[in-house]
Write a protein that binds this ligand. Sequence first.
Ligand code: PXP
Length: 246
Amino acid sequence: MLKLGVNIDHVATVREARYRGQPAGEPDPVAAALQCEAAGAHGITAHLREDRRHIQDRDVLRLREKIRTRLNLEMANAPEIVAFALRLKPDIVCLVPERRQEVTTEGGLDVVAQLAPLRETRQRLSDAGIPVSLFIAPDPAQVAAAAQVGSEFIELHTGAFAEHFADPAARERETQRLIAAARQAHALGLQVNAGHGLNYENLATLRRVPHLVELNIGHSLISRAITVGLTQAVTEMLALLAGYRG
Ligand code: PXP
């Protein structure tokens, strides 16, 4: 079964727009996470950024304490954040780029250029019992490098797929790139997640990509929740994922 991880950063973004620097405020990303879980989401994803733009340390600590599914902590490979993750012990860490020099042309982590530091962090997290995923573009060199890092998972960056979705030829090209990357990763023993820009419209096409374990979805789901509520937004997304045949 294809799993749904709900990215709740966007809830914190709304809160921070009004309450930046204050110790509390609505909406509460933890309350939202619990509602998503109750509606059947398989996991909660939060990105603790170095600049604390949306999710705050207290959010992640409360998520760790309260949620009953799985906490996927997205983070940069930065010493302060790695130390935080080692204390927090999320169920999985997904390393993502935050700085320009860490980013490939397509927006994923440039694993090829950062093999040694990524391998070192992956090892430290593995030693603490935390599985690691790498957020990468569907690029054969990046997939191969991810295997060399020794991560258990990759998360394929679906941003280009989402961005070109309206153009049938470009959509097909991006879908084929995701299919090829998923096959390559699977053959290398990597588990495959995907995320960024996925929505209620493009998921039917994404279902053509094989070997997917989990999708991390934020913006479209939280946006839909504004009109139909979180429970309904999660239920509708789960129904789309149920059509996945691997
Ligand atoms: N996966 C990763 C690694 C992300 O950083 C994000 C947020 O940009 C998402 C998934 C979710 O993307 P979106 O909010 O576009 O659904």
